[in-house]
Design a protein around this ligand. Structure first.
Ligand SMILES: *Cc1c(COP(=O)(O)O)cnc(C)c1O
Length: 388
């Protein structure tokens, strides 16, 4: 006898024709992200979820917080992982630091600076911007002059501009911000785990990153931190944070000793992030930064041997992300397609102002290895000869 589920309804939409089991192609991800996850991270992630209030899970959360503090070199109590990709953690910094009407100064020198502007505007900030062309960095004098002129409540800047391959020097900026009673908000998405960062020493007040670039984890869980000065501003707010999901005033009660339920944590991604950060701690920050610098220097030499030029001058170049100029007459997209078709290698194209003008090549975390550089240089040299 057929079970009646509902009096007069029946299934009308047919299921998709029988799908084969999932197969994921093997790729070498040498673009701007994601990068390949360390096999140990995949193994850690591939286990049964447990409850997000389970004592074992709460211990893991504490471990992740400690590991993040080490990775950023900060003692900020309010340091945790946001459920979402880097953009969610980015939005978390803006949502928590900005009240409607606050003046926010964004120093824009690439694509992600524009994203910060967009987000700050959505939270009602009075946004002012200063600009540098795509491939350059700001000087401390320029930033200090802008602080003098605009007197912002928050200065937002990208440490590692993934759209241009520029590393923004941050020495002295935190002190200048503190002198101007301004919070310093820094995007460390493409620097964390690959490029030296000294968050406390640099007096950074809000920072965020992602899991799938320098940390070699799967995407979907993102480091976030606020200094005591930023927390004090949060506590002084006249209005609650406009984004419920990202509200640090609520989330700190889950990540802190009270353990108040907020939302279901991405449990398996926490396993993954813990393992990625444990790998980083095993290697040690200095060794890891050195490995990234050495692999990148080796890559830059190989590019020069192929007759290719980097877009950014060496002193400002990120070891995690290199922008390589597309030679005249070469179709950048065709090269990317060929690298994927013949070698299973993914590289990125130019974004925004640099669209069609550069390739963006990431050597991050687990992928920062000379053997991958050798594979890429061989493939790139071959494809360029074929397409010439
Ligand atoms: C990748 C990236 C982001 C966004 O992170 P998602 O994980 O893609 O959401 C933000 N800022 C910078 C500098 C990035 O490179």
């Amino acid at each position: 006898m057929a079970t009646t589920l509902s009096s007069n309804l029946s299934v009308r939409l047919a299921p998709p024709v029988s799908l084969p089991p999932l197969t994921v192609p093997e790729r070498l991800l040498l673009g701007p992200g994601p990068s390949n996850a360390d096999p140990r991270v995949i193994a850690a992630m591939n286990q049964q979820p447990i409850g997000h209030l389970d004592a074992a899970y709460l211990t893991m959360m504490d471990e992740v917080q400690d590991l993040l503090r080490y990775t950023w070199q900060t003692t900020n109590p309010l340091t945790y992982a946001v459920a979402g990709t880097g953009s969610a953690a980015m939005e978390a910094t803006i949502a928590n630091a900005v009240e409607p009407g606050d003046r926010v100064l964004v120093a824009v020198k690439g694509y992600f600076g524009h994203r910060l502007v967009d987000m700050a505007q959505r939270y009602g900030a009075d946004v002012v911007t200063i600009h540098r062309s795509w491939g350059e960095a700001f000087t401390l004098a320029e930033l200090t002059a802008a602080l003098d002129e605009h007197r912002p409540a928050v200065l937002a800047i990208v440490h590692a501009e993934t759209s241009t391959g520029v590393r923004q020097p941050l020495d002295g900026l935190g002190a200048a911000c503190a002198n101007h009673d301004c919070l310093l908000l820094v995007d460390t998405v493409t620097s964390l785990g690959g490029v030296p960062i000294f968050l406390d020493n640099w007096q950074v007040d809000l920072a965020y990153s992602c899991s799938q670039k320098g940390l070699s984890c799967a995407p979907g869980i993102s480091p976030f931190t606020m200094s005591p000065r930023a927390v004090a501003k949060l506590e002084r707010r006249r209005q609650p944070v406009a984004n419920w999901y990202l509200d640090a005033a609520l989330l700190r009660k889950y990540w802190g000793p009270e353990r108040v339920y907020h939302h279901t944590a991405p449990v398996n991604l926490t396993y993954a992030l813990r393992e990625a950060l444990r790998l980083l701690a095993e290697e040690g920050l200095e060794a890891r930064w050195q490995r990234h610098q050495q692999t990148a220097t080796y890559f830059w030499q190989g590019l020069a041997d192929l007759g290719l030029t980097c877009h950014v001058e060496e002193s400002l170049r990120l070891p995690t992300l290199t922008t390589v100029r597309v030679p005249d007459g070469v179709d950048a997209k065709a090269v990317g397609r060929q690298l994927m078709a013949d070698y299973n290698i993914e590289v990125g194209g130019g974004l925004g102002e640099l669209g069609g003008k550069v390739w963006r090549i990431g050597l991050m975390g687990y992928n920062s290895q000379t053997k991958h550089v050798d594979a890429l240089l061989h493939a790139l040299g071959t494809v360029l000869r074929q397409l010439a």
